[in-house]
Design a protein around this ligand. Structure first.
Ligand code: HEC
Length: 388
């Protein structure tokens, strides 16, 4: 049976640290390279006796650490100066001191992860966790109280008889030949182990789900359903005047609304200009609004022939030289502000409607006081529909 198996190596047991150091030294001096020493605890001086070179793992750490730093710096350079350049706190776009923490973190992250993963996979051949010397009497002894040395079969100088002789000369208490297992035995991939992992995964998932969704469950934001709300026009104890519905704070200006700057003043202190041209639409708007809001007192044509005669003081004619010589802004001012007994019409009429009325009053005034030029102009236009 044993003859068919492939030899992994020959191992010898010694019973003192001094003996194993001496053995390791001699084996190294004889030129063996593929051998390893196993001891129940670290033996001082062993690295030197075995002439072990420093581990290559450090290069993996260095390479990944440097790439971590480079990735962090390049990424921040790209985001902060190319993709979305933004001045933060007056610093330049590429501000190295501010980038140090992230760079440091990424360096450490990649270095440590690559060290652990590299060590486990490349140096210890993960996931193959079964080594030929694992299930041997040799391993049982060296993990309790003996010190062992194993020369592997792939060493250039491997020769059974020579090694047996060397081990005996060095005072070995036991020599064991170690074989590879019949087939590659990756324990992690065994169905039993995978089954165990699946059971653990299922258990963790179910218990986490039950814990978060049943045991610790809280209705999200349920306080929004029963918040203290005031019904329209109800009173409130919160305010001194007990009014639930509040007025805007004095001086509040609505969006897009320009407050009238000569509110409450006798006359506009500087001339206001009419921002609306007397277009057809504007004039018909002015006519409509004038007839609704002004004509009851001022008359349809502005003569002051009030329909409220006897109920309200008669207004002056809008054809007086005073009204005609007034600037547009003065007429506008009377609409917004009122004048003596005439009330303000600012809440009934929008800004555009007020200016449209001013334009319409100008039309009425010009119609009553037409100049010679105005009449000539009308004559020039062909008069149609007269006969009908
Ligand atoms: C309820 C009646 C009434 C209404 C409606 C009314 N006014 Fe008057 N208006 C008067 C009275 C009365 C006066 C004179 C006030 C005074 O004694 O200075 C007056 C004065 C004026 C004056 C100043 C005339 C002057 O010579 O001093 C103008 C301009 C004017 N109104 C425009 C309008 C416009 C435009 C409207 C429509 C938005 C309007 N009024 C609506 C009653 C009214």
């Amino acid at each position: 049976m044993e003859q068919n198996k492939k030899v992994f190596g020959i191992a010898a047991l010694y019973d003192s640290p001094n003996a194993i150091i001496k053995a390791a030294k001699t084996v190294t001096d004889k030129g063996y390279k593929n051998f390893d020493v196993h001891s129940p605890y670290p033996v001082h001086g062993m690295d030197k006796a075995m002439k072990l070179p420093p581990s290559k793992l450090g290069f993996v750490t260095l390479a990944f650490g440097l790439s971590g730093a480079a990735i962090a710096l390049l990424f921040m350079y790209w985001t902060m100066t190319i993709d979305y350049p933004m001045i933060i706190g007056g610093k330049p776009f590429f501000s190295l001191p501010a980038f140090i923490p992230v760079t440091f973190e990424l360096t450490v992250l990649l270095a440590t992860l690559s060290t652990v993963i590299g060590m486990v996979t490349f140096f210890f051949y993960f996931p193959n966790n079964s080594h030929p010397i694992h299930d041997t009497n040799y391993m049982k002894s060296v993990s309790i109280d003996k010190f062992g040395l194993c020369i592997e079969a792939d060493d250039e100088k491997f020769n059974e008889e020579e090694i047996n002789k060397l081990f005996t000369d060095l005072g070995a208490i036991k020599i064991e030949k170690i074989f590879f297992p019949d087939k590659l035995n990756v324990k992690i991939l065994e169905p039993k182990f995978i089954g165990l992992l699946l059971i653990v995964a299922a258990f963790v998932s179910v218990s986490t789900y039950l814990h978060l969704n049943k045991v610790l469950y809280l209705v999200p934001f349920n306080w929004m359903m029963d918040q203290g709300r005031l019904d329209v026009q109800s009173s409130s104890e919160l305010f001194g005047d007990k009014f639930g519905m509040r007025n805007p704070v004095k001086g509040t200006v609505a969006r897009g609304f320009m407050p009238y700057e000569y509110q409450g003043v006798n006359e506009p202190t500087s001339p206001l200009s009419n921002p609306y041209l007397p277009t057809k639409e504007n004039l018909s708007l002015g006519e409509k609004k004038y007839n609704s809001f002004c004509s009851p007192c001022h008359g349809n044509l502005g003569d002051g022939d009030s329909r409220l005669r006897g109920q309200f003081p008669l207004p002056p004619s809008l054809h007086s030289s005073k009204s005609r010589d007034w600037l547009d802004g003065n007429l506008y001012h009377v609409i917004v502000n009122g004048q003596n007994v005439m009330p303000s019409y600012s809440s009934q009429l929008s800004r555009e409607e007020r200016w449209a009325i001013v334009n319409y009053i100008r039309v009425l005034q010009r119609a009553k006081n037409a100049s010679e030029a105005d009449i000539q102009e009308i004559k020039k236009e062909p008069v149609t529909n007269v006969s009908e």
